[in-house]
Write a protein that binds this ligand. Structure first.
Ligand code: SF4
Length: 303
């Protein structure tokens, strides 16, 4: 209602923070154990068009996904790096509670789900054992008009993260240069990122932003096209060319190397053309949480 003011009593704020931690643990659990329906459907479509070893691989993957869901256990032994994307309204009243709840939820989820402790100090090699550390869990904050917040969770496996790449193209290379670089890179990765993958391609911005855009593109349901026809056409072209490589499920050959390619872009400096290639494995785990201005928290269905 226009002009309505919510007064948040301190006990209400504490209660929201506690509920937020619980709901985020639930989202972390869901992401680790239940593969979103759009990913399962894409894997099933891939299985149906494959034969021989490629089909056997996809059948094994789908059986593993069903067992994880049924038994409430992680889909893969690598439960990933817990990565958060928050889109918060400038008038969202629980920013501090949300900021504090994220690492706390990750710590508790590591024990309760459980998640594999995946954070190592690069100098000492010490693993704190709770999936937190310097800058981790990393949260990408975006401020938008409004008074609610959306949280996307993307646990990112190490094998597929190792296949991410930044390419600084020359501006003259243009979009044909993007196609060549992405297809060449996916051919070089072969089975390493546990295909069939979902590839996020970030074009433009700066070096850091292009990779971030690639990761943001992964938050879309698998195969949902970019709203701009030229970008959607590039996604389709890349999918066709990468699948024509024949790398196949787990690199054993076949028609399906990628389930989808998602492209996102930003304007770039005239002298540079950054290209971020982000590769996500078949375990394309996601969860999505919404918080209303009155403190109502909803874990949304898939991703
Ligand atoms: S790349 Fe993905 S599927 Fe492969 S081991 Fe890592 S998390 Fe698991």
């Amino acid at each position: 209602m226009k002009g309505k003011v919510f007064v948040h009593h301190p006990s209400h704020i504490t209660e929201v923070k506690d509920r937020l931690i619980e709901e985020l643990i639930g989202a972390l659990r869901r992401a680790a154990t239940v593969l979103p329906g759009d990913v399962v459907a894409a894997l099933e479509r891939a299985r149906d068009r494959e034969e021989g070893p490629a089909r056997v691989q996809l059948e094994a993957i789908l059986e593993n996904v069903a067992l994880a869901r049924e038994k409430g256990v992680p889909i893969c032994q690598d439960t990933g790096t817990q990565t958060f994307f928050v889109r918060a309204g400038t008038k969202f009243p629980y920013l501090e509670e949300l900021r504090a709840a994220i690492p706390e939820a990750v710590r508790r989820a590591t024990e309760e789900v459980p998640l594999r402790p995946n954070t190592v100090d690069p100098f000492t090699r010490v693993n704190p054992g709770d999936n937190t550390g310097r800058f981790v869990p990393y949260v990408t904050w975006e401020l938008v008009p409004g008074d609610s917040a959306e949280i996307h969770l993307l646990p990112k496996g190490g094998g597929s993260e190792n296949c991410c790449k930044l390419v600084m193209l020359t501006p003259a290379a243009g979009i044909p240069g993007v196609v060549e670089a992405v297809v060449e890179h996916l051919a070089a990765c072969r089975g390493l990122p546990c295909p069939p993958t979902v590839v996020g391609v970030g074009i433009g911005g700066g070096a850091d932003l292009s990779l971030k855009l690639g990761k943001l593109a992964l938050l879309r349901p698998v195969g949902e096209r970019h709203p701009e026809p030229a970008v959607a056409a590039l996604e389709e072209e890349l999918e066709g060319m990468i699948n024509a490589l024949g790398v196949g499920p787990m690199g054993l050959g076949g028609r399906t190397t990628v389930l989808a390619v998602h492209v996102e872009y930003a304007h770039r400096h005239p002298a540079s053309f950054p290209l971020g290639i982000v590769v996500q494995c078949w375990a394309d785990r996601r969860a999505h949480v919404r918080i209303s201005p009155s403190g109502e928290i909803r874990v949304m269905g898939d991703g």
